[in-house]
Write a protein that binds this ligand. Structure first.
Ligand SMILES: Cc1cc2nc3c(=O)[nH]c(=O)nc-3n(C[C@H](O)[C@H](O)[C@H](O)COP(=O)(O)OP(=O)(O)OC[C@H]3O[C@@H](n4cnc5c(N)ncnc54)[C@H](O)[C@@H]3O)c2cc1C
Length: 380
């Protein structure tokens, strides 16, 4: 039976970056993916790498991730673009929070700028003037193309490191402890052995440890996303985050005035569906916009449905039309993405030599690279 130092189950962003850090340490790694290619949250998102929205250690992992993404991009094109992030405040409360986060981020030397309404409209003429009060800009933040990045990252990983083996169509259905390690069993009957097994299964809770996941407190969030027709005439560079995002992200929730923040009536229906509006222009000029949030426990994920609710899409289009001047209703496609989350920031469980790491929530594209680098130090 083939034997490795590490078997990593799941080639989403979390599994792949764990594999990369193990490979960099010279370990023999087997990365296993149940599908033809990763098609989970890692390819369905915005691709915004925004440490500015995070707090505590996740903010620090996010900053380290920026360095790691750039480092890899210098060697191989994984679609990193450094166009910065901007939070557009639409009223006095949001502007106050933007000012408070600006003070905090400056205090820990994270490059950021406060821009007036005139500056914002000069740089982003596609924004509705009535919406903009001012903007908080993080010029060093990056974006990636989610449907390309993970595939290129895996190509980079397997090309650069001959000590990595990658297998697709490799659903793992069992892990059995053996002396000095674990045997991993695939659905097709193949078996592999490793000293350490890392389970980075995203929101798949049925193939492995279903009872443990049923008790875990993990919740799955369903997000609706849309993409417009290509609009090369629109210039919307970078990560565009708007007023409802300021009202939602944890970094702003730590600012002094957050406790007294009230929800204006016109935002109540949007908040009910967990809607906040973000924009990301894709390489072909189309605009990705979203998102909404619905929740189910780990055992009830089917209740989230396989469709997207048109009423939620319409709410998002209506709010987006208040923010930008281009025709956001020209939607070419919409989809749902699902991620696992937990109140404990991330879910980790150690079973002898099997280590489960999932539930990174909405921060995976931003913080997985830095988090997995720190995490691998536990094993190496
Ligand atoms: C719509 C949307 C927008 C988002 N926007 C952003 C953003 O802009 N910025 C940001 O930082 N984050 C964002 N996120 C969050 C981010 O996408 C997730 O945090 C991240 O992708 C989670 O990665 P993962 O590797 O844990 O899970 P996944 O991407 O789901 O990967 C898990 C992989 O494990 C495989 N797998 C599971 N079980 C097995 C098994 N038994 N055997 C073999 N393989 C298995 C699955 O097939 C899958 O490929 C967004 C998420 C969504 C859904």
């Amino acid at each position: 039976m083939a034997s490795f130092d590490f078997i990593i189950i799941g080639s989403g962003i979390l599994g792949t970056f764990h594999a990369l850090h193990a490979a960099r340490a010279g370990k023999r790694v087997l990365l296993l993916e149940k599908d033809n290619r990763p098609v989970g949250a890692t390819v369905r998102n915005f691709g915004q790498v925004v440490p500015s929205g995070l707090s505590g250690r996740w903010y620090r992992y996010g900053r380290r991730s920026l360095e790691l993404y750039r480092e890899i991009q210098r060697e191989y094109d994984i679609t990193v673009r450094q166009n910065g992030s901007v939070y557009i405040a639409s009223d006095a409360d949001e502007w106050q929070l933007a000012n408070e986060l600006y003070d905090q981020r400056r205090a820990d030397d994270y490059p950021c700028e406060l821009w007036s309404k005139a500056q914002i409209l000069a740089k982003y003429p596609a924004l509705q003037p009535d919406y903009v009060q001012g903007g908080l800009v993080f010029p060093e933040e990056i974006s990636v193309e989610p449907d390309l990045m993970i595939h290129r990252l895996i190509t980079y990983l397997t090309t650069k490191y001959p000590n990595v083996t990658y297998r697709v169509n490799a659903a793992v259905i069992g892990c059995e402890p053996v002396s000095g390690g674990t045997t991993v069993c695939l659905a097709n009957g193949e078996r592999f052995q490793a000293q350490h097994v890392l389970v980075c299964n995203g929101s798949e809770f049925r193939l492995l440890y279903p009872d443990l996941f049923a008790r875990s407190g993990l919740v799955v969030s369903k997000l609706q996303m849309m993409q417009t027709d290509p609009m090369p005439e629109v210039a919307l560079p970078g990560n565009i985050l708007t007023g409802l995002t300021i009202r939602r992200y944890e970094s702003f929730a730590e600012c002094p005035s957050y406790a007294s923040l009230k929800t204006p009536d016109h935002l109540a229906e949007l908040k009910k569906w967990g809607i906040h509006i973000l924009f990301k222009q894709a390489l072909d000029g189309s605009i990705i916009l979203g998102d909404s949030h619905e929740y189910a426990t780990a055992t009830q994920t089917d209740d989230l449905g396989f469709d997207t609710r048109e009423s939620i899409n319409q709410l998002m289009i209506r709010e987006a039309s208040r923010i930008v001047t281009f025709p956001v209703y020209r939607i070419q496609r919409s989809w749902a993405g699902f991620y696992a989350q937990t109140p404990q920031e991330i879910f980790e469980s150690d079973l002898e030599n099997v280590h489960i790491i999932t539930g990174i929530g909405g921060k995976g594209m931003t913080s997985s690279a830095g988090f997995s680098e720190a995490k691998m130090k536990d094993f190496i």
